[in-house]
Design a protein around this ligand. Structure first.
Ligand SMILES: [Zn+2]
Length: 255
């Protein structure tokens, strides 16, 4: 599932590729898009991009934004005018230079919509602050009010926006905290490590374009599977079910 680093990587790509282009058509079908909602948008120029958590915005002139959520398998590919759409293309945005932005999504949980005001959209969704810009003091003020298990807290988009199953595991591995630990039971030193690990993991992932093969050798992400060994101590990686999904952790390195 695309999490904050994957969505930010797509945003940076769009920043380099589609700003200044004018939309000539938007095609696709439900449930990915509502064609009636997007019908007035051809003729609008792309002026910028933004992101909050896992939501990506493409700003249009004069005002308003396209909003993407990538669900489980969504992605965007810029296709030159003479090339066919990639497999699993669910929606296509065509531009005045004959290039197209293809929204691919094999599982069909992704959505493309339009919002008049992205700040109002974020407020309406009651999203927490974005994980990439969260400073440790801000994290601690949110975390110390929670009585939840730490992994559930990290996954709650209303508390902090952008973290999903995979990066939550990495943040907890880097902080040395087990996924089912209760936040209010964590000692202050561990909590400070967590506050520092969160933006560090997300920033490092974005800097490496969300490419798992480029992640540091001390990260657990490449070893999130049964039978793998911990990259730090060599012990067996364990897993536990949290909110219907497996959380992977090292029983030796995480308390
Ligand atoms: Zn270990």
């Amino acid at each position: 599932m695309p999490e904050l680093p994957e969505v930010e990587t797509i945003r940076l790509f769009l920043d380099r590729s589609v700003i200044g282009r004018t939309i000539t058509a938007i095609e696709g079908s439900r449930p990915t898009i509502d064609r009636d909602q997007l019908a007035p948008l051809p003729g609008r120029k792309v002026t910028g991009t933004a992101r909050h958590g896992k939501f990506l915005f493409v700003d249009l002139d004069p005002g308003s934004s396209l909003v993407f959520h990538f669900g489980m398998t969504g992605d965007l590919t810029l296709v030159p005018g003479d090339k066919p759409d990639p497999a699993y293309t669910r929606a296509v945005i065509s531009f005045d230079d004959h290039s197209r932005l293809a929204f691919t999504d094999s599982r069909r949980f992704g959505r493309l919509g339009w919002v008049p005001d992205r700040a109002a959209f974020v407020a309406g969704k009651r999203l927490g602050p974005d994980g990439l810009t969260l400073v440790p003091a801000q994290f601690l003020s949110i975390a110390t009010r929670s009585r939840r298990r730490v992994k559930l807290f990290l996954l709650d988009q209303h508390r902090i926006a952008g973290i999903g199953n995979i990066y939550a595991d990495e943040i907890l591995f880097q902080a040395g905290i087990r996924p089912l630990s209760l936040l209010h039971g964590c000692d202050p030193v561990r909590l400070s490590l967590l506050a520092a690990a969160l933006p560090h993991v997300l920033r490092t992932a974005v800097d490496r374009a969300a490419d798992f093969s480029a992640y540091p050798e001390t990260w657990i992400i490449p070893y999130r599977a049964r039978g793998e060994s911990c990259p730090c101590c060599g012990g067996a990686v364990d897993r536990v079910m949290v909110a219907g999904r497996y959380a992977y952790f090292c029983p030796s390195c995480q308390e």
